[in-house]
Write a new protein. Structure first.
Length: 260
């Protein structure tokens, strides 16, 4: 069984202010924990300037917890067309912090491709933004789901799905690097002396049903990625699409038909 990638847990302001030290300690057992630097700065302000007393108490509790917790304030920021604010609109503080959390999560996912970045937020808009990015090693979930995961140790479906997408992506990248025009090389056979003692079983080496399942799954993931790409950035998608061999041949045939 393949080893699981490290889990990188990132909480936005809404998740932090809806939880407490017992939750934060439980989250630490799942993996490395992060908060965006902008969120940490806002929590420090809330210690003395919160409108509600409960917010001030939670903020002070986290400020005391943070230095010795092993948690990190991430400054990783990455920009994406889906994370751009609408032009001509003044952003509220809540919107700016949500956008900062999304950009920090995307930056962390790009800087740590070996890990799965899991964002916990009570902001459904933030979770939806992360889903639109189509990044295999990045996902979002409500705080309640993270709490249940930390207490039961059972991975939520969204985490299981992203782990599967990460495995598929690693396989595709490895195959492309080795040889873009051919499938990945077959696994090397055991030594000659071992083969003479225990011949390789054809049924165990071929497994056509398993191969077919993987091909279908890979095709579904590829179609989903292409669909998101076409929506988010149509110009670059059109250039890529027109460069594909079967598309360019079809266009050439169509032009030849029109000329004749």
């Amino acid at each position: 069984m393949a080893a699981l990638p490290p889990f990188l847990i990132l909480l936005d302001l809404s998740a932090l202010m809806s939880s407490g030290i017992r939750h934060w300690q439980e989250f630490s057992r799942l993996g490395e924990c992060f908060i965006p630097k902008a969120v940490l700065e806002e929590i420090q302000l809330l210690c003395n300037h919160a409108i509600e007393p409960t917010q001030a108490r939670t903020a002070r509790e986290f400020v005391r917890f943070f230095p010795e917790s092993g948690w990190k304030a991430t400054t990783s920021i990455a920009h994406h067309p889906a994370l751009k604010p609408s032009e001509g609109h003044t952003l509220s503080k809540k919107t700016r912090l949500s956008l900062a959390a999304a950009q920090a999560a995307y930056g962390l996912a790009r800087n740590r491709p070996e890990g799965l970045v899991v964002v916990a937020a009570n902001d459904q808009g933030l979770i939806q933004r992360l889903r639109m990015l189509g990044t295999p090693n990045l996902c979002g979930m409500p705080l309640t789901v993270l709490v249940q995961w930390s207490r039961t140790a059972r991975k939520p479906p969204v985490v299981a799905n992203q782990l599967h997408a990460m495995r598929l992506m690693v396989g595709v990248v490895t195959s492309t690097v080795n040889n873009p025009s051919t499938p990945p090389p077959a696994r090397s056979l055991p030594s000659q002396s071992y083969q003479s003692k225990k011949p390789l079983s054809p049924k165990r080496s071929i497994r056509p049903a398993y191969i077919f399942y993987n091909l279908v799954t890979l095709a579904i993931v590829a179609i989903a990625v292409l669909a998101v790409w076409r929506i988010v950035h149509p110009p670059s998608f059109d250039r890529f699409w027109q460069q594909l061999p079967f598309v360019s041949q079809a266009l050439d045939q169509a032009d030849g038909t029109k000329i004749s």
